[in-house]
Design a binder for this molecule. Sequence first.
Ligand SMILES: O=C(O)CCC(=O)C(=O)O
Length: 348
Amino acid sequence: MGQMEGPLQWASITPEQNSNRPVDALPVERVPASQLPYADFLRRYVRANRPVLIEGAVTQWAALKTWTPEHFKTHYGDHEVAISYSKTMRMADFVDAVLASTPSNPGPYMYRLFLHEQLPELLPDLIPQNVYGYPRRHVSPLMPERWRRPDGFLKLLMGGPGSKFPIMHFDAENAHAQITEIYGDKEFVLFSPEDTPYMYPSPVRPNLSLVDQPYPPNLEKFPLLSEARPWRTVLHPGDMIFVPSGWWHTARPLTPSISVCTAILDESNWNGFCQEITASAAQTPARRALKLGYLGLLGNTLKAMESLQEQTPALAKALAFPQKLAPATAQNTPEPSANRLKIRIPTD
Ligand SMILES: O=C(O)CCC(=O)C(=O)O
């Protein structure tokens, strides 16, 4: 998830206002779920740190049939819900603003509503778990408590045309992100980690970019962007985008849009996660080395249990603990929607 200070207000430009010719965007690869077994997803995209849009990644969620802006207004209208880091609104007022939002008069965009915390009654609508997008190591009871998030930071995202995710960013703690569209259409623009020198990272929070509008880019304000190569795609209901760790990304609804988002942590991004969470300036070198040692040991333990489940599932099942301590597939992970999970919601 993009960790950020507060909603930043940026000026918008239209393609007509932009005198420079934008660089053509590359299409994000699109693969129907029916042609992407989970093992191939891991090999071709997660382990290769390559983005992909999986068409029809979820088909059975009740949410696909029932979630509309009007549904939220009718059933949750009186709830005071978090829109951003600093703003809450009555759901009914928020939905009205989403439906009234236009490119010339943009409404608000909701990006900070953790479902387990604020609207747990919606969780049964997201069963069964998205096999490509469950959180893996965040679920493990072996994770240090501060980073144990069995919900995978499951968030609700909602907005209308003209609104947008407030900032171009890559996710903190080296997380991979996956966003599943439930209602409407949403555009994503991504840039590879190799383009970081052209992305104007904030001097204070280097995973946040100063670029307000990446595509079409404002090359007068951000000339280096002409060196970067945008990747662009549009999500429709049931589609999921996998945004690998370190990839810059942002999103904007093309119609009234509702999605959910989670973070993924596994073997592929574990080392970067360990480096990042121990990098605080307040650490002494000895303390950092100790923490890294512990996390290295934990990573190896989780990896051994994950491999056991992947390679000899019958043995792993007989032993029971590998599934409990390091669930390696959505099938053997406790369904986050079925139980109210004890989740610590970070306040920063
Ligand atoms: O779908 C979106 O609005 C982007 C969500 C996102 O990138 C995030 O929450 O970090």
